[in-house]
Design a protein around this ligand. Structure first.
Ligand code: PAF
Length: 283
């Protein structure tokens, strides 16, 4: 496995290949990332992962500075998973000058849910994803890029980006990997104290309960009321919830009318202590 830091070295390593399988990450890897690498690998002729903590997608009060940087351990895990090339640019390699050209996703997908609570987040994500795609896939006839469905809205934004810019890249949405108790694996779980780690599973339980209540309600359920109850239940346990909501899978908008036959996803984001966790369940 080769570890490269510059775009030039990356392109040299990829010379002669025709279909990269790419897994972009911010490092501090867990089994969710490794599952993506393993799933993507057979779909390409070279497997690439990037490790880059992207300043553009963090608000000034967020955890950019404290985000764990664990390159050596990450590289070992990627090598064991069959990754061929790790692209770990320093900030000056990817952003040698301020990134003044940015990708602004349509507000209907990017200003709701995560985008509402983290303004500018999807501009930062879309911009770095576009840049990483251009580093990895430029000159390639095709490719595949894998993203975890724990970041459900991110996968949707990236799919639309690829579609609208007609990029010859297939997007793979990998299933969320969970700990034995049901907590979705996340790099940010490492911030949790032992007590918070025990409590953290309550987010996925709350999503499950909300999904069950929505599906069980007869006729047209009063989703805002069910969502408010779910939010209050989590808040009573000491959480600071941003949202718990039932949405259509197709566009992440609230369903209207009866729910039968509508593919739905329940999404949530909440803080336990100072750590903000997100999760979702397709129901
Ligand atoms: O999901 C992530 O880890 C990041 O948002 C991504 C896609 C690597 C872009 O920085």
């Amino acid at each position: 496995m080769h570890i490269v830091h510059t775009i030039e070295d990356l392109r040299q390593q990829l010379d002669g290949f025709r279909r990269p399988a790419f897994v972009p990450t911010m490092g501090n890897l867990h089994e969710g990332h490794i599952a993506l690498v393993k799933e993507a690998k057979p779909l390409g002729d070279v497997t690439v992962s990037s490790i880059f903590v992207n300043r553009l997608q963090f608000a000034p009060h967020e955890d950019f500075d404290s985000y764990p940087r664990t390159l050596d351990a990450d590289a070992q895990r990627l090598e064991a998973a069959g990754c061929d090339v790790v692209f770990a640019p320093r900030e000056k390699d990817l952003y040698p000058e301020p990134q003044t050209f940015k990708v602004h996703p349509a507000t209907d997908v990017s200003d709701i849910l995560e985008g509402h609570f983290r303004p500018g987040f999807f501009i930062g994500v879309s911009t770095v994803v576009m840049k990483l795609f251009s580093c990895v896939f430029a000159g390639m006839p095709s490719g595949v890029a894998a993203f975890g469905k724990k970041d459900y809205q991110q996968v949707m934004v990236v799919r639309r980006l690829v579609q609208q810019f007609a990029l010859p890249i297939e997007i793979l949405g990998g299933e969320t990997q969970r700990a034995d108790d049901g907590l979705a694996l996340s790099s940010r779980n490492s911030y949790l104290t032992p007590e918070q780690r025990q409590e953290a599973v309550q987010l996925s339980k709350a999503l499950r309960a909300l999904g069950d209540a929505a599906r069980a309600a007869p006729g047209v359920p009063d989703l805002p009321a069910l969502e408010a109850q779910a939010l209050q239940a989590l808040a009573r346990r000491g959480w600071k919830p941003d949202y718990l909501t039932v949405r259509r899978r197709t566009d992440l908008l609230p369903p209207t009318g009866p729910l039968a036959d509508v593919p739905l996803v329940v999404l949530g984001a909440a803080k336990v202590g100072n750590t903000r966790l997100i999760d979702n369940l397709e129901i």
